[in-house]
Design a protein around this ligand. Sequence first.
Ligand code: AMP
Ligand code: ZN
Length: 664
Amino acid sequence: MDIKEQILTLRNELDQHNYNYYVLDRPTISDFEFDSKMKQLKDLEEANPEFFDSNSPTQRVGGAITKNFETVVHSHRMYSLDNSYSKEDLLDWENRIKKIVDGKVQYTCELKYDGASISITYQDGHLVRAVTRGDGFQGDDVTANIKTVRSVPLKLKGDFPPLFDIRGEIILPFDGFDKMNEERIEIGEEPYRNPRNTASGSLKLQDSSEVAKRPLQCLLYNITGKNLGIATQYEGLEKARQWGFKVPTAAQLADSMEAVFDFIDHWNLHRHDLPYETDGVVVKVNDLRQQEELGYTAKSPRWAMAYKFKAEQVSTRLNSITYQVGRTGAITPVANLEPVNLAGTIVKRASLHNADQIEKLDIRVGDEVFVEKGGEIIPKIIAVDLSKRDQNSKPTQYITHCPECETQLVRVEGEAQHYCPNYNACKPQIIGRIQHFISRKAMDIEGLGGETVALLVNVGLVENYSDLYQLQKEQIVPLERMAEKSSENLVLSIEASKKVPFERVLFALGIRYVGETVAKKLARHYKSIEALQKATMLNLVTVDEIGVKIAESVVEFFASEKNRNIIERLKSFGVQLELDSKLLANQTDKLKGKVFVVSGVFESLSRDELKKLIEENGGKVSGSISSKTNFIVAGENMGPSKKEKADLLGVPIIDENKFKELIK
Ligand code: AMP
Ligand code: ZN
């Protein structure tokens, strides 16, 4: 087999395994085998860049950055759906239909998936573009992000039309959502509120490799285009499935409204068994010719109707409100409820979000409250049953002082949350900060669970994260649940963290608003903690993407003598507080302020290497050409549409050799 054949064979195999795993949920090889095939393909592609293909399974990990999503007009408008809330509504709808079409009407019943809608265009079996719904007439081009969703086929199988759009819903299944939140909590970030908003927010992330890390799925429900050779909605679903799309099998034909009601009743009961959120059923006239006859109103098709499930609600007593203090000092009020069964689970707590929310609903301890389960993991209180309110009850007084350290709380103008400002001595903040410091994406110190951190703080062995580096095995062994071996491992793991690069150390420090990305930006710009410490507000805001809020927080952090001492200590223990000199050696400011677009494949270096070179020399890489682009670095196989656009905007196109001259 020659190289090209090897590459094509591997791509086909991996496409099929992706399909088995993500579309059929029936993997036929182990993860390990899959990974090693993927690595094989990646190596081959890197060694033979002339066979680059943007639809190769290796491209699923993303990497393209989109700064501004391009607006695209939908070739067919993306309509809304009319809603119905009762069987009577549906019968009325049927009567309206029967006035327009003659003969028998059959329906397709589908679940209504709760996510973000998407329209994907396929040409000659290849994914060419994915666009959000937007206002229905035009949306944003999010192709780079959608390509990372594993259940979206990049290439189709079987007998597909040469050109069509397919519409579906990008969703985040519950288990993936939970896993994402576990990771968020681990690094001290607010968990995401619900799967739908998280799915829809994911589509607009600038970094497609971040999207690739999210376990999104795409469920399809509609094919549009000309001359598709499809006669009914149901047939469309079946065909889409054959071409490799993920189309849930719950869809059913119904010969009458009676049968539609059966479908609704069934799923009203069983929707909680599904691995993802649904908020109703969509009923569609099955025959596409009848659909055409029925046409559209100004907003929605006359041939479809959504039936919304009633959100499940119960009422129960609010026993008390407690206030939790997070690592940044943010206060979260929590409602403790009389335990009650809601949609099959016992609910004891509900989130109250903040003081405004409590005031708005006038929630008081002792009230009978209505609790609802939406897409959120923690249910929420939606109203108070005023008829049951005790006459002597008084409005809730939000706390004014920290429940942990009794410091007076502050609330920044324009922010919803109250904060405890006692940064240095408020226990949950001290513990939370250390937990953040050791977390996986920060210093990655293994063998130190959250409870052990609390223990170390409580017995006085550790006051702040710099104290970790002085811990002796002998001090740890006597602690609860710590044995000889685990103590030894812990000390080793702390020692190993001295090798963690500066940008992660900066993130680990837990400066408010300095997340992973901001830490990276600051580390690259200032190169050492000393330089960052000296930076003024004015200087900080000149750094790309650093705003006033972040700058203020950084200045405030270093203004504290205590923080400066902690950093001195970290330095004395050998923690990395400047960029690696090897990295530094390559860095210049030669491309400062210049925006590059990289297109095609290159002879002497990979696309990733090229992008890294641009960034190391102070330039920026963008995914799409705009008037802000300064150069396009083009290799072989530059896309024709890119070329056209570059010519139109007069952006110079340079090759890899010219590029190398720029940074010489
Ligand atoms: P609405 O946003 O309430 O007007 O509902 C319309 C939206 O429901 C569409 O834009 C789709 O994104 C979504 N939807 C979810 N499941 C389906 C389905 N099976 N058929 C059609 N639309 C669906
Ligand atoms: Zn406090």
